[in-house]
Design a protein around this ligand. Structure first.
Ligand SMILES: [Zn+2]
Length: 438
């Protein structure tokens, strides 16, 4: 590490999970603005319960629909691969704007992805990316994007500090050393920018609160992956990471708008007489749930009560009413940069901004449920079992490393700012309507 570089922590986007959490680096936009609010979602306006004929209206990027993410991203968002035609990607889950020649490891990525998934063997994928990256650095690319999946894969198997995780991290570190030596040998004054960033943190899971199973015990039939053929479901449960989930009430009945919290609490909303929201936030594993209100704001609900989020003249406001679920101690009103400064070191980094973004996407569910640290929302059908995970809004999942071999503007930073750093370094202008800050 040279004295002119920078090392620190940044925040990622919500949900803090692979796929969606790559959108900030690659498009400069948060997931909600991209209209890709999660790795699983349901098209509330189109899905009518014909689970086979309408299977395209229920999305999961974990499987055969993985490639759909490119066309699902809002057309207004532009990827770095579209903005920089001389760019190369190695192992990227988002490929919009890449030709096959600029995405040479995509088949290998799918192969090693399945090997990692079923055989829990992730290092070969990383080793392949390392080799290709070190070779490619001497070619004429203006921008190279490389993903190293092993740290995440090994973390899910055990613990973020497990020996195999640390070994995979050590190999990434050694690769960076090799890369820098190669660049220095080429030309002492070379000004290649290297940015090292993660898409999410991780923490151990001690208890699975399987939300689909939970609904069954509350006499509500859930539609949840992989069993989409449920008859007359009362709720669709779309889990991410697995530390968060989006819920859609009565998913077989298409409707253009989300139901506000009051409607979701009313008897019959999920096909049961119980106030499901009250029962859900009373669970030890649920930190809070978020829904729209009838006045254009959001309500954050925890076991003690509610707080409101509002947007007035570009300023996001947080107003504790009967509770303070985001643990901020009182009302706060500010712009996105202020929110990051206020909350970066707190319990729920950037939560208000990220929740507001989440509800910008029309595909977002009626309710977003956020897990407390140590818990996740999926047990059944999870192969291999997640002993550690991510996807939530708490700091163990939201804080990520950010390392640069060149100076960075003063922080704190979000992962979305990496997009601006890359374009700045290349002398390219930023597209309008982005969430990235210079
Ligand atoms: Zn993961």
């Amino acid at each position: 590490m040279t004295s002119r570089g920078a090392v620190g922590r940044a925040t990622t986007a919500f949900p803090s999970t692979t796929g969606v959490a790559y959108l900030p680096f690659l498009t400069g936009c948060f997931p909600g603005r991209c209209n890709v609010p999660s790795i699983r979602w349901l098209d509330r306006q189109r899905y009518r319960g014909n689970w086979w004929r309408e299977r395209n209206h229920v999305r999961s990027y974990c499987g055969w629909q993985a490639g759909h993410i490119d066309t699902d991203i809002a057309p207004a968002a532009r990827t770095l691969f579209e903005l920089i035609p001389d760019s190369l990607a190695l192992f990227t889950p988002i490929t919009r704007g890449l030709s096959a020649g600029r995405d040479p490891t995509q088949r290998a990525r799918r192969f090693w992805g399945s090997m990692g998934h079923y055989l829990q063997w992730h290092q070969p994928g990383d080793d392949l990316v390392s080799r290709r990256l070190v070779q490619s650095i001497d070619q004429s690319w203006r921008f190279i994007f490389a993903q190293f999946p092993a740290v995440d894969g090994y973390t899910h198997q055990k613990h973020p500090s497990a020996p195999r995780v640390l070994r995979a991290l050590g190999r990434v570190d050694a690769m960076v050393g090799k890369l820098r030596a190669r660049i220095a040998a080429r030309d002492e004054s070379d000004d290649t920018l290297i940015l090292l960033v993660s898409d999410h943190g991780a923490s151990p899971v001690h208890t699975h609160l399987d939300l689909a199973a939970w609904f069954r015990t509350h006499h509500v039939r859930p539609l949840a992956h992989p069993t989409l053929w449920t008859r007359n479901p009362g709720v669709a449960v779309m889990v991410a990471g697995n530390g968060s989930a989006m819920l859609y009430a009565r998913p077989n009945e298409p409707r253009p708008e989300r139901w506000p919290l009051q409607r979701l609490r009313a008897p019959g909303a999920f096909g049961t007489d119980e106030d499901i929201i009250a029962a859900l936030v009373a669970e030890a594993g649920v930190a809070f749930a978020v829904a729209a209100d009838a006045e254009g704001g959001l309500v954050v609900v925890d076991r003690d009560g509610e707080a409101r989020l509002t947007m007035t003249n570009g300023k996001l406001g947080y107003h504790p009413l009967t509770s303070d679920p985001l643990a901020l101690g009182g009302t706060l009103v500010g712009n996105a940069a202020e929110w990051l400064r206020w909350t970066h070191d707190g319990q729920w980094p950037d939560a208000a901004v990220q929740l507001w973004d989440q509800f910008r996407a029309e595909r977002t569910g009626d309710l977003v449920v956020v897990a407390r640290e140590g818990w996740d929302f999926r047990d059944a059908f999870e192969v291999p079992e997640h002993r550690s995970g991510h996807g939530s809004l708490h700091r163990a999942h939201m804080l990520i490393p950010l390392w640069s071999n060149m100076p960075l503007p003063p922080g704190p930073h979000r992962s979305v700012d990496v997009f601006a750093q890359v374009l700045d370094w290349l002398g390219e202008s930023m597209p309008s309507n982005c969430d990235a800050a210079r």
